[in-house]
Design a protein around this ligand. Structure first.
Ligand code: TRP
Ligand code: SF4
Length: 336
């Protein structure tokens, strides 16, 4: 049986944090153990450039950082193909071909793009670049150059897959049944809130704990986490439901102890400083083996480069096969 190719990706604009860990990373670790799948992870450096075109150093640096994050949490290059987007020229050829099958107004109406343009007003001002507006077209190419791909996505990314499927249908109606429509797999992974209680954990918000943070950094960040603001003294009765420390205990601390924490907090029998120290310890316990692996890869950059190189070669081979069929159908197969 042919394995189903699973495609996920990240824009290399920063290191990965515990929000990624409980979301996409654990999902990917689970997928790579499933014999039915052939998982691909793309490091979307070209997509990262769409809103960081003036900062190539940042993107370049983070390609390796993100790759190390993957390897440190246990993404296994023998089971998962990790590759760099910019090194698959076929995907960019395909982007150009697809651009005839999507209108500008359709892109402007894409809810994911719309939200992002709104968020990036300070970069783009009133008028967005052609490259940014068109990134869903490029993403459609990323997906379809590996035939029959399944794409695990969060709810917010669904419009990108819908856009891709639309392009595929239009393309096929003109050139024949060449492309396979990708399937979105809605993943139920939860979004982890930031240290400040913000719905999203993120670099720009300054509320994230990174997988690469040192023990001291983790402790310092946990100490600054938002707690029940009405609690001043230890014997004030607390409400763990509005406390980020209790929220993270639920992710890092065993269930029985979490119940104990909540009860002690409500009864005013637990100090916030103690509670935070305990949390920092538990987070550090989870991050320690990840840090160790990171240190190993940081000391051996040639190993990381090799993994990326081999993954990219494997991905490129597959993209070339698809491209051959597409060019034939488009009558662009000159001199063959
Ligand atoms: N859009 C994804 C992100 O925001 C990255 C990405 C680019 C991607 N191309 C993809 C994800 C193809 C899945 C499939 O991080
Ligand atoms: Fe939060 Fe713990 Fe303080 Fe309660 S005791 S408010 S759970 S930090």
């Amino acid at each position: 049986m042919k394995k189903k190719r699973i495609l996920t990706g990240d824009r290399p604009t920063g290191r990965l944090h515990i929000g990624h860990y409980f979301g996409s990373l654990q999902k990917r670790l689970e997928l790579q153990e499933n014999e039915e799948y052939d998982p691909y992870i793309l490091i979307a450096d070209v997509q990262a450039l769409t809103d960081n075109f003036d900062n190539p150093e940042k993107v370049r640096k983070n390609v390796r950082e993100v790759a190390i994050d993957y390897l440190s949490v246990g993404i296994d290059p023998n089971k998962t193909t990790i590759y760099i987007q910019s090194m698959i020229p076929e995907a960019f050829e395909l982007t150009m071909f697809y651009s005839n099958f999507v209108t500008i107004s359709r892109l402007q109406r894409n809810p994911t793009v719309k939200t992002e343009i709104e968020q990036k007003k300070e970069i783009f001002g009133e008028s967005v670049t052609y490259g940014f507006l068109g990134y869903p077209v490029s993403q459609a190419a990323d997906i379809t150059c590996f035939e029959g791909a399944l794409v695990p996505v969060g709810e917010d990314q669904l419009p990108l897959i819908e856009q891709c499927r639309e392009i595929v249908r239009k393309f096929n109606s003109v050139y024949g049944d060449i492309l396979t429509e990708p399937q979105a797999v809605l993943s139920s992974t939860k979004r982890i809130k930031g240290l400040d209680g913000n719905d999203k954990m993120g670099k720009s918000l300054g509320n994230a704990i990174y997988l690469s943070d040192s023990e001291e950094e983790v402790t310092k960040k946990v100490m600054s986490a938002t707690t029940d603001p009405n609690r001043i003294k230890k014997d004030d009765l607390g409400n763990p439901d509005i406390c980020m420390v209790s929220y993270y205990h639920n992710l890092f601390t065993d269930k029985a102890e979490c119940e104990n924490i909540c009860r002690e907090c409500r009864e005013g029998k637990r100090g916030c400083v103690y509670c935070k120290k305990q949390l920092a310890e538990n987070i550090n316990k989870v991050l320690e083996p990840i840090r160790e692996k990171r240190a190993y890869y940081e000391a051996h950059p040639e190993i990381v480069d090799n993994i990326l190189k081999e993954g990219t070669e494997r991905a490129r081979k597959s993209a070339k096969e698809t491209m051959k069929k597409i060019k034939e159908a488009m009558m662009l197969n000159y001199f063959e």
